[in-house]
Ligand binder design. Sequence first.
Ligand code: PLP
Length: 391
Amino acid sequence: MAERSYFDWNATAPLRPEAREAHAAALSLTGNPSSVHAEGRAARQLVEHARADVARLVGARPADVIFTSSGTEANALALTPSIETAAEKKPRGKLLISAIEHPSVRSGGRFARDAIADIPVDADGRVDLAQLGAALLKTVRPLVSIMLANNETGVIQPIAEVAAMVHAAGGLLHVDAVQAAGRIAVDINALGADLLTLSAHKIGGVKGVGALIRAREDIHFPEPLIRGGGQERGLRAGTENVAGIVAFGAAAKASLRARAEEAAHMLALRNRLENGIREIAPQAVIFGAAVERLPNTTLFAVPGMKAETAIIAFDLEGIAVSSGAACSSGRVESSHVLAAMGVSPALRLGGVRVSLGYLTCGAEVGGFLAAWRKLGGGLCKGLSDRSGVAA
Ligand code: PLP
């Protein structure tokens, strides 16, 4: 197969070499971390070592890291009405979420449908703080869930301001930091988050591992997500995915060490990419361009261009990009994120997401722009009304 360029790091990142190595070593280990014999203790030691590395990535204490099977599961664990603190033992009556959350948050976890309220975002994709303030005034003991960075646009949310408002209203704040981790500095205490979600495969670990992290030990979940053998502080039973957790720890350690350098590298390439996209198609719209975004993410559209067709055309050119929109069954649907930002229905169907990583190189960005030029910058009728432009 000809060499391909991968620009879909927000969907999943390649396995980091450190994670691959640690994963392979852990797979050779026999012990169950719950066993008391030497083999079990060796497995436990690896899991606890990884817990410390994951905690360090976000400035938390190891004891506050709860490993899960994914970011999705961590979100499901967090979003529960029965969550308690030392000061507040009554159930949370309402879940407030932004309109641009990942589907795993938008589904509301264990809250009833009618207990979930949406907080709108502005045209740049940032949560509307005035609307959040108004919603908080009407809510007793809310749980609020706002992501740190959006998976489609990369737009970074003003979490410290949100946290101050939520706490002043007696609420708790959960932050989905799945896309932000490893790309911008994430410190659970500096953010003011009470709970934070991470996913291993977005930072170079393996798929199928995540973590929910508490800011303090007084945050309790009286109702476990999965009952059974009592693993992970009794919150999600099941023998730990030792190799996956170990790879998560290795990826977290490597991401933390290299983050600043990798972010600068991605930002330089992303700027070159965006300048090129605009130069070739001056009418291109780059969503969230006016506000703070992740250094690796570009979501753009050109009037008349359909994302589905553009993605196929790029794919035929050896370039993997995705639509900003939900694409779970291989079909592109209209983006709820762009809809929430007030983008017109026609442009919403055209959002193409290009997400870079630390391995992306200048030649690949050059290749992307050459393909974009060849494809007519979305203007040729090929991208708007047929699927195989490159043929
Ligand atoms: N939250 C956000 C913002 C995401 O982008 C994703 C994955 O795309 C998730 C949560 C879910 O993570 P996982 O794939 O580990 O279930």
